[in-house]
Write a protein that binds this ligand. Structure first.
Ligand code: B3K
Ligand code: ZN
Length: 891
């Protein structure tokens, strides 16, 4: 465990390493209590750098010996470094032997055991917990790995690349040798050893090459790997078709593990997955799980080019691979979805996620640019800014140069940088150079402010129509709020995809050629765009498809929003209009400090959506779901989580009651017949039926009706898939129906042996709408449940992250008990797994914007945690940044 204050690393301090490691020959004698690691490294001096000692990173290692060219050498151990002061000037062979203890590795970084098997996680800096090394992404080497282990306990021995030999040894042990021909940084190294089974598939790619695909899991889980295998094949086909990027390995392996700190990891040729992001069957996984698995399998596969073939020079460039790969997986999911409406559903879900996670991050204590300037613990910067905002930045390149132009830019990027460790600037240059004269190339320097400025830009639009000249003048202004450590912001390059509608909803021509859509490039603090020949006062539809990650204030009236919601050709903006109608009402009630009452106009508009003959069920579900509480909080300078929750609940109850008959009709009309498939049409129907059911049970709870709770219970019992079963269970739990308790009990009994389903059982209870403190009390009780443990990240998150990060009204309590709970849990987890603890610690990111009494109580809890002397550097960075953010002048 790393303790104390870690030094702050600055982006501008980057220097090349003083040595390169070209070849790595590793051997492992695997044993849970004491694994012996022997490492032979071919080292050469980097002639571009001044002479200096060789300093290798190492943590939690027990060093046995160090040899250079076969002979002993003098060395020192200094902090987390092994220092050799006088290495030879010529190339040399460095041999290091050390031991490690995988079974005691609860941090799940480096080599560890889970369920009796061995797994590794090296990104970002886990390799140094296996052996001493230049553990930085710009040192790329060719690896050969020998694994030796007990043959009965660990029949499967895997590492990156191709298997070159294997066989038996004495004492019931066996061995395998793996060779990876592609030079790679240490963070992409992986080892797996255990009693696993594989689903296999042979494929032939366009170039006529044969490949073996394997998905390894524990015995008994094989039938849950079909969806992952199909997703992998689809990803391979897509990357070749869309970007001309083929699979470059003879063998591509994916392995599932139950104890894992995140979703999955793109190790070269040996992706390792959290089982939650890999295993699916209709009975145990929801539609959302199926979609998430498809996108994560794709994401890790796409990293093979964007991340592995071309990697990051240093960790400040993380978005180079993550933003780009998220963009690629989002494009893949849209292409897989097919119809324009199904594509829009994907886009809406991505934007909803961005607004729920990244917007709050950008306005909280941890606000940082897509390319951060400093960190003390790099694991704290695998954030939604680096990933999701980074992906929006890549999307803006595509919007500015067009789809073809972007593909040309990607081609140039690989021509220039295949096999290299590069920077975000290199990526920007490749896209711009492939598109000379484009809106991007002519503004490249200002466009790159997206990498350096934190904070979500605010764009304000004001339109003026002059009937006499038939001209519509659109004035756009932009301003980015101050963030911790960054006060003065410059204008950014914001592509605003837009159109104009007349008051009946018809698209108006924007130029002499009759085009109805344009990309306005806003790159100044204030700009005016004039549209001529506009016959009547238009309704502007701005930022179509969410063309930039900004907050737009266009001041549109309800009447204008209704035109957009009913008629915009851009489905994203139709959805956005529905959300804005709801948001305006909720914000109005909150600002006035009055109870919320929905107007008949709003109710009728929502009824219109629900009963619309042409809209897809998936779209209806998204339009009828109210904005999330975190997103609402984002719109306010200071927020009271209880008031927000009360307003949302009031809106929901009124919508439930006013549309009672319509919900009942929608529930009946959206039943899916036949066998389960997670396709967009059937999953959309299930989503709408489940929303309708929860509205009906909620309404029944208010009126005392018992029919709908009874129906929900029946559906819960009879459901043939997890989406419907969990949907019915949530309807009961969320409404606090009397049947919730027996249903929960039954659900637990049914799935007690399936850890991933039991995670859902915990999470559902921790995410239930708070009323009278019962959800909080329930979560506290559940921490004592026999199935609960802080050691398994999925299980810990199912309660802790669900309560502290996804249920504001249950967490932010006037009596501060939520904060006391948070502090206790963060400290308890920190002693086991610092990466997990620091994720939970981030629940307090936005404390400074809380209303009293929450604000003072939250600050006190953070200060108590920060006062602990033995915090990990991970948690320390989070709580110290949190405290510092409260002392800055507010923006
Ligand atoms: N690259 C990994 C994340 C590693 C996180 C290290 N703390 C998964 C991914 O983004 O694909
Ligand atoms: Zn990634």
């Amino acid at each position: 465990m790393r303790e104390g204050t870690a030094p702050t690393i600055q982006r501008l301090d980057y220097q090349q390493p003083t040595f390169w490691i070209r070849k790595v020959d590793l051997s492992f004698d695997l044993d849970p209590a004491k694994t012996i690691v022997t490492s032979k490294l071919q080292v050469e001096r980097n002639r571009a750098m001044p002479h200096g000692p060789l300093r290798l990173h190492g943590e939690e290692l027990n060093l046995l010996r160090v040899l250079i060219n076969g002979a002993g050498v003098s060395f020192r151990q200094e902090g987390h470094e092994l220092v050799i002061d006088n290495p030879p000037d010529e190339d040399f062979l460095l041999e290091i032997r050390n031991t490690i203890c995988p079974e005691k590795n609860t941090a799940l970084s480096g080599l560890y055991t889970s369920g009796g098997s061995f797994f590794t996680q090296c990104e970002a800096e886990g390799f140094r917990r296996i052996t001493y090394f230049l553990d930085r992404p710009d040192v790329m080497a060719v690896y050969t790995v020998t694994l030796r282990a007990d043959a009965a306990k660990y029949p499967v021995l895997l590492s990156n690349g191709n298997l070159t030999s294997s066989g038996s040894l004495d004492n019931g042990r066996h061995f395998a040798v793996w060779h990876d021909p592609f030079p790679k940084p240490s963070y992409l190294f992986a080892v797996v050893a255990g009693d696993l089974v594989a689903r296999e598939q042979r494929i032939r790619t366009r170039a006529g090459k044969d490949h073996l695909l394997q998905v390894y899991v524990r015995r008994g889980d094989l039938e849950k790997t079909e969806h992952a295998m199909n997703s992998l094949i689809a990803s391979i086909v897509w990357d070749e078709a869309r970007f001309g990027l083929p699979l470059d390995l003879e063998r591509f392996m994916v392995v599932g593990v139950s104890d894992f700190n995140m979703g999955a990891m793109e190790n070269k040729g040996l992706n390792i997955f959290n089982t939650a992001a890999l295993l699916a069957s209709p009975a145990t996984a929801t539609d959302a799980d199926f979609a998430r698995i498809e996108s994560i399998v794709a994401h890790e596969y796409f990293h093979n080019w964007t991340g592995n073939r071309v990697t990051c020079r240093d960790w400040f460039q993380l978005s180079l691979k993550e933003g780009l790969t998220v963009f690629r997986d989002q494009e893949f999911s849209m292409d897989m979805a097919g119809t324009p409406s199904a594509r829009a559903v994907c886009r809406i879900q991505d934007v909803r996620q961005l607004r729920a996670m990244q917007f709050p991050e950008d306005s909280g204590a941890m606000a940082h640019p897509v390319r951060p300037d400093s960190y003390s613990e790099i694991n704290n910067f695998y954030t939604s800014t680096v990933y999701e905002k980074g992906s929006e930045v890549v999307r803006m390149y595509q919007t500015l140069v067009g789809r073809k132009g972007f593909e040309a830019g990607m081609k140039l990027y690989f021509e220039r940088h295949d096999g290299q460790a590069v920077t975000c600037d290199d990526f920007a240059a490749a896209i711009a150079d492939a598109n000379p004269g484009s809106d991007l190339a002519t503004r490249l320097d200002s466009f790159k402010r997206w990498y350096s400025q934190a904070g979500t830009p605010r764009v304000t639009a004001h339109g003026e129509y002059d009937a006499a000249t038939q001209a519509f003048t659109l004035r756009l202004t932009q301003q980015t709020p101050a963030t911790p450590g960054q006060t003065d912001k410059l204008p950014q390059v914001i592509p605003v995809v837009m159109g104009l509608l007349d008051r009946h909803g018809a698209a108006l021509p924007l130029d002499a050629n009759g085009a109805t859509e344009r990309v306005l490039v806003l790159d100044q603090a204030e700009q005016t765009f004039v549209f001529n020949g506009i016959a009547s006062e238009p309704v502007p539809s701005l930022l179509r498809g969410f063309s930039a990650p900004v907050v737009l204030n266009d001041g549109l009236s309800d009447a204008a929003l209704l035109v957009l919601m009913r008629h915009d050709s851009d489905p994203f903006n139709r959805w956005e209009a529905s959300q804005r109608l709801a948001l305006n009402r909720i914000l109005h009630a909150l600002r006035a400090g009055q109870p919320l009452t929905l107007s008949p106009v709003f109710i009728d508009a929502m009824r219109g959506v629900l009963n619309h003959p042409e809209l897809d069920p998936a779209f209806k579900e998204l339009a009828l779901t109210l904005p999330g509480e975190a997103y609402i909080a984002e719109q306010l300078d200071t927020f009271d989580p209880q008031a927000i929750h009360a307003a949302v609940m009031a809106a929901q109850t009124q919508l439930a009651s006013a549309l009672r008959d319509d919900w009942a009709a929608a529930f009946e009309a959206n039943q899916v017949q036949g066998g389960y498939t997670p396709d967009p049409v059937s999953s959309g129907k299930r989503a709408l039926a489940n929303l309708a059911l929860s509205m009906l049970v909620l309404d029944a709870q208010a009126t005392g009706d018992t029919v709908w709770p009874g129906k929900a219970y029946q559906r819960f019992k009879d459901a043939s898939n997890m989406t419907d079963r969990l949907g019915a269970l949530s309807a009961l739990v969320n409404a606090n129906a009397a049947l919730a308790a027996p249903a929960l009990e039954r659900f637990h009994a049914l799935f007690k042996d399936d850890a991933l389903v039991i995670d859902k059982w915990f999470a559902l209870q921790a995410r239930a709408p708070e009323a009278e403190g019962r959800v909080f009390a329930r979560v506290k009780a559940l921490t004592k449940h026999a199935d609960f443990t802080l050691k398994n990240p999925n299980r810990a998150r199912s309660l802790l992250a669900s309560l502290c990060m996804a249920n504001p009204a249950a967490f932010h309590r006037a009596d501060a008990a939520g904060y006391v709970f948070w502090a206790e849990q963060v400290l308890a987890v920190d002693a086991i797994n610092p990466q997990l603890a620091s994720r939970v610690a981030r629940a307090m990111d936005r404390w400074a914007a809380l209303a009293e009494p929450y604000r003072s109580a939250a600050r006190e809890a953070i200060a108590r945690v920060a006062a602990k002397p033995d915090l990990s550097s991970d948690v320390r960075e989070i709580v110290e940044r949190a405290l510092a953010s409260g002392t800055q002048a507010s923006p």
